[in-house]
Design a protein around this ligand. Structure first.
Ligand code: PMP
Length: 433
């Protein structure tokens, strides 16, 4: 049985490893307790731990800190807004000026023409509402059998009920029941568009509501789309009346060198999910961009017009929205997205050279300022990542024995080169251990 939660009975008598009250997320607790890095301060591309280390943040936290840490302008935006109004909800007749302004701003940069916007608290929330809206769409269209959500092998879409149910990383789905939390889901292979076509026909397009995909898979190992894959996905979706939900939680707001990866890869989605990069993590915020096809039926001037029954207290949080607006100003003023394109060239060169000279590197992949370094199986990415920290840099092991490279957009070329060199050195140290 692959389910890691179903431990053999011996674990019940193993000694208890107690630790701080805060339960570490996504952790095998005995492996991390006693060696947690407690971050207390950030400064641009660097973070400081309570035990006195200063580390280059080569992952931008969880791919979020695009403009770097502790920017005074964004702190000021939050402070000013909270003094005026912390937030006010956006249910029914009520809304707040910051959420309204952010809605307009996001619609103006959206890869979807005439977008409407729903705001909430993060990426997992965004996925939940995206999948609900897709199903609601087909119910309302009188095609209630279209409920199933397709997702790709190795996909990560957060860990709320929907994100858990459509996870392409099997370990995130296991242990909650025989199937998944939401039963109407299915996975397709990561890069094989012919298999996608086959599966759509096997399952039956009349039962499929939407396909969810990251343009570049992040947690699944930094996997840019195979050439032609997204084109074919798009064609199949259109031919079969399947909505496209593009999960831009990592890629949105410049990570691949365009405002949204939809532009870079020329995808025309029905819904775009976003989070992280909308505020660079300065305030919890996520949401979705919605195409007219989906929102217009809810905006008709008729007593019979349906209501989309979704919302949350912090959806449209005024302080988060104010921070997002200041953050988008900063992103534009500092020309950080064109800078990502320059950094992509450097990263590409550096990783190609690394793959060439270091025999333990099996594969490297780059899309914008996103990189993955896959190691040979005789080396552990987890141990190499620990070694990288000893050298003063942060990377992270991802699925497939891969190291994550996703630093803030504000780094210099030299810092990026130093980071890749540290990865090289850590690999070599591990090889000779
Ligand atoms: N989608 C993708 C593609 C993600 O990478 C993530 C987070 N890493 C999420 C959704 C979930 O976002 P959050 O952690 O903000 O809920």
């Amino acid at each position: 049985m692959s389910n890691t939660d179903l431990h053999p009975p011996t674990t019940a008598t193993a000694p208890l490893v107690d630790g701080p009250a805060l339960w570490p997320a996504q952790a095998h607790t005995p492996s991390v307790l006693g060696r947690q890095l407690v971050i207390e301060r950030g400064e641009g591309s660097y973070i400081h731990t309570t035990d006195g280390r200063r580390l280059f943040d080569g992952t931008a936290g969880l791919w979020h800190a695009n403009v770097g840490h502790s920017h005074p302008e964004l702190a000021q935006a939050a402070y000013s807004q909270m003094q005026r109004l912390e937030t006010y909800h956006t249910f029914a007749r009520f809304t707040n000026d910051q959420a309204q302004a952010l809605g307009e701003r996001l619609a103006s940069i959206s890869p979807i023409e005439r977008s409407k916007v729903i705001l909430n608290s993060g990426g997992s929330d965004a996925i939940d509402v995206a999948c609900k809206l897709a199903r609601r769409h087909w119910q309302r269209e009188g095609r209630p059998s279209k409920q199933l959500i397709l997702s790709r092998e190795f996909a990560y879409h957060g860990l709320h009920a929907y994100g858990t149910s459509i996870a392409g990383l099997e370990f995130n789905r296991e242990g909650y029941g025989t199937e998944s939390l939401v039963p109407e889901t299915a996975r397709v292979p990561v890069h094989d568009a012919d298999a996608l076509e086959r599966i759509i026909h096997e399952i039956g397009a009349d039962t499929i509501a939407a396909i969810v995909t990251e343009p570049v898979q992040g947690t699944g190992g930094v996997n840019p789309p195979a050439p032609g894959y997204l084109d074919k996905l798009q064609r199949l979706a259109r031919e079969n009346d399947i909505l496209i939900i593009l999960d831009e939680v990592i890629t949105g707001f410049g990570r691949t060198g365009t405002m949204f990866a939809a532009e870079r890869y020329q995808v025309d989605p029905d819904i775009v999910t976003f989070a992280k990069g909308v505020t660079s993590g300065y305030a919890p915020l996520g949401g979705i961009l919605i195409s007219p096809r989906l929102w217009e039926p809810f905006y008709r001037d008729s007593p019979d017009t349906p209501v989309f029954r979704h919302g949350s207290t912090y959806g449209g949080h005024a302080t988060s929205a104010a921070v997002a607006l200041a953050h988008l100003d900063l992103l534009e003023r500092e020309q950080l997205i064109p800078r990502v394109r320059e950094l992509e060239t450097v990263l590409d060169q550096q990783l190609s050279a690394l793959a060439e000279r270091n025999s333990a590197v099996q594969d490297v992949r780059v899309a914008g300022l996103l990189g993955g370094v896959t190691l040979n199986e005789n080396l552990s990415a987890e141990r190499v990542a620990d070694e990288i920290i000893e050298l003063g840099f942060i990377s992270r092991p991802l699925r497939g024995n891969t190291l994550q490279i996703s630093p803030p957009f504000i780094i210099s070329n030299d810092e990026l080169i130093a980071f890749v060199n540290a990865i090289d050195e850590a690999i070599t140290t591990e090889m000779t251990r």
